[in-house]
Design a binder for this molecule. Structure first.
Ligand code: NAP
Ligand code: G3P
Length: 483
């Protein structure tokens, strides 16, 4: 099914329904984080090709906007079906390209198919409203505003490496059902998986040019594409650093941004410590901690800290470390630089007196899961996002200290509170400066129709199926005079 998107493992870009190569002949090699083998090449598009793509997307959007929503929805349903039909192949590709463990790779595909179906159905309920004027002072019932939702135009979707299929589709599907055309700029590491997704949308019957892809060096085409005047919306997921940069250079264009996080799990004295340990370990170490919503620090009340750490240590020691192809749960990080960064945080914490409970073992970019106790606020590990399998425990005296440390972070994505007191849980939830608080469970994005948002340096705007459709469409009011 995917033979047409590549030639000798050199992958092309989708342009106006065809798979094309760059005129320059330049490509970028993609290496597997598992064994550093070259698994393919992607096109290095140049500015002129970016221009051509945007123009094609702009033209194609007009017809798509006129396509009945039920027809758009049928194409999305077909896309979901094709994704599931190709689950095995796509899941193996994720294991090779981003070293995602086998179970998470398969679940990324299943979840994406469910996401697309739900979006198709939700889109059918994108209804407008009529508003009469006479509830505003000085007006009588002499006109009516007929409000409809219409597309925004050309959406630029920029996705990160850690969910190249899911976090591409979670932008594409809501944008498309709303009648926009989309240019997908996938992560370079993850591009092969994302290009397969694009072909699935193409095969499902999306009209030519409604979805185009652009791969290339961010240093060459990144700023150019985000600041292009014919891009009408930017939907970005990635690091806070790149997100802030894009917001600066893009100018006056609406944006959704999902950025980094430092999600805290607050564990109080009256928590079910065994259950908290299970949730925290699952939340911190799945996909080796390379999730924006991973639990990235534990704020444990002193009295239960020893028990919690013992329980977590026991669970961590059972995690299988190695290659995703051999069924490991803790798999190599995306590249060596990522592993070096995690190592820096470990070394800094140890040099400042943190106590290593387990881990601090490394084989190139394969980092064993680490747990640290007695992490203090002068350590980088207390504040920086490692994006690796490492978890600091910061001991706190009481609830208020936990809230204070949680809120002192630049990030504000999510947090968890573990307690048997519903009153304390709500007290803390109300005080935390984050998008979502989970009570007695780990931090996570799903289910995908819940609102998903970060505050402070963690994002801008709200995702979640209905919220994303609303963000990538706008009201249009036609006022009928009925005098
Ligand atoms: P990243 O380095 O920020 O890259 C994200 C995307 O931006 C990639 O497609 C990248 O392309 C592109 N990019 C980089 N510079 C650009 C520029 N100047 N103009 C346009 N595009 C540009 O992030 P990542 O390493 O892939 O992902 C990890 C980070 O994402 C973590 O911080 C994590 O917390 C965050 N994240 C957040 C969420 C959330 O929902 N809050 C979800 C997932 C990940 P190249 O690959 O070609 O550089
Ligand atoms: O890092 C990706 C972010 O969106 C988290 O998703 O489902 O792993 O919580 P999830």
């Amino acid at each position: 099914m995917f033979d047409n998107i590549q030639e000798n493992k050199t992958f092309k870009n989708l342009y106006n329904g065809e798979w094309i190569v760059s005129k320059s002949g330049n490509t970028i090699d993609i290496y597997s984080p598992n064994d550093n083998s070259c698994i393919g090449k992607v096109q290095a598009f140049e500015k002129e090709e970016v221009n051509k793509t945007i123009e094609n997307s702009r033209q194609s959007q007009k017809l798509w906007a006129d396509t009945p929503i039920n027809e758009r929805a049928s194409i999305l349903h077909k896309t979901a079906e094709l994704l599931e039909d190709n689950l095995e192949e796509l899941s193996q590709l994720l294991q090779m390209e981003i070293a995602k463990d086998k179970e998470s790779s398969a679940s990324e595909i299943r979840r994406t198919a469910d996401f697309i179906r739900f979006t198709a159905d939700e889109g059918k309920h994108m209804e407008g409203e009529t508003i009469f004027p006479d509830n505003f002072p000085g007006y009588k019932r002499d006109r009516v505003s007929i409000v409809n939702r219409i597309p925004i135009g050309v959406v630029l979707a920029i996705s990160p490496f850690n969910y190249p299929i899911n976090l591409s589709a979670s932008k594409l599907a809501p944008a498309l059902i709303a009648g926009n055309s989309v240019i997908l700029k996938p992560p370079t590491q993850g591009a092969l998986s994302a290009l397969h997704l694009a072909e699935i949308f193409n095969r499902a019957g999306l009209p030519s040019g409604v979805l185009n892809t652009v791969t290339g060096k961010s240093s060459e085409i990144g700023d150019y594409i985000v600041s292009h005047e014919d891009i009408n919306f930017i939907n970005f997921t990635g690091s806070t650093e790149v997100g802030k940069h894009i917001a600066k250079v893009a100018g006056k264009v609406p944006m959704l941004m999902e950025l980094g996080g430092k999600d805290a799990a607050i564990v109080l004295e009256d928590a079910d410590v065994g259950e908290a340990a299970k949730q925290i370990v699952a939340g911190a170490y799945s996909y080796s901690g390379q999730r924006c919503t991973a639990v990235k620090r534990v704020l444990a009340v002193d009295k239960i800290a020893d028990t919690l750490i013992a329980e977590m240590n026991c669970l961590i020691s059972k995690l299988k470390v190695g290659s995703p192809l051999e069924g490991a749960q803790i798999t190599p990080l995306i590249n060596n630089e990522a592993a070096n960064f995690v190592q820096e945080l470990i070394d800094d914490a140890i040099s400042k007196g943190a106590k290593l409970i387990i881990g601090n073992k490394r084989n190139n970019n394969l980092m064993y899961p680490s747990l640290f106790d007695y992490v203090t606020t002068d350590m980088r590990l207390a504040w920086e996002e490692p994006f690796g399998p490492i978890l600091p425990v910061i001991r706190v005296k009481n609830t208020n200290e936990a809230i204070q440390i949680s809120n002192a972070s630049q990030y504000g994505l999510q947090a968890s509170v573990f307690t048997s007191s519903i009153k304390d849980a709500f007290y803390i939830a109300n005080k935390l400066e984050v998008g979502t608080v989970h009570i007695n469970s780990k931090t996570e994005r799903g289910p995908d129709h819940f609102p998903f948002l970060g505050v402070k340096a963690s994002g801008m705007g709200t995702q979640g199926i209905r919220y994303s459709i609303e963000a990538m469409s706008r009201p249009k009011s036609v006022v009928l005079n009925i005098n």
